[in-house]
Design a protein around this ligand. Sequence first.
Ligand SMILES: [Zn+2]
Ligand SMILES: [Zn+2]
Ligand SMILES: [Zn+2]
Ligand SMILES: [Zn+2]
Length: 203
Amino acid sequence: MVFRWLRRRKSSSDLARLPSGPRQEGRGAGEAACTGCARTARGTKPVPTCPACGTKDHGLVEGAVARDVLRDGSFATHCLGCRQVTFVFEPDMVCSDCLRLLPDLNERLRKRFGVHGPGSTEGLPCIGCGLKEQTPDMEQVVECPHCPEELVFAQDDFPRQGAFLSCTGCGRAIRIPPTVWCPDCGLNFRRQGIDDLVRKANA
Ligand SMILES: [Zn+2]
Ligand SMILES: [Zn+2]
Ligand SMILES: [Zn+2]
Ligand SMILES: [Zn+2]
């Protein structure tokens, strides 16, 4: 099997959640406190915590979440721990002045969950891949399990049964297992854990 080696390109989908965190927002230090929420640039950022199972989500980007909430009235996403839609952000959880999450966010998430329970999965992206539908031009980058070279492979035309790639760094054949496909919808590569799966498949 011959594979195209493609340049790395970032997917623009699912902007509100990054594949891994934690990450710092690029704000200048030493700014005055926000007039809306009183948080300063160095103020502690609340980590969204699932009100059902306690899983923390470091991947949510608060600026993107706040913008979605203010535009659509709410923003909901799955907990990657218990897989319920327990992260339901509402306008009383974000500051409209600085587009950040309010310090008592988790208290409000808990209250909301206590009253309404989990949100609806309708219209939400697939929990396994983070995408709403089969998405073209997606690429995956993994580190070669045997050398520092990065292997890039495209999702389009990737075989269901997995494949072998030849590493340009060390020349070894690297097995990409079929489990790189999303276990929930099977339409895209899964969102997390591909590096581990490739490492284990070649151990
Ligand atoms: Zn604010
Ligand atoms: Zn949970
Ligand atoms: Zn999926
Ligand atoms: Zn290699």
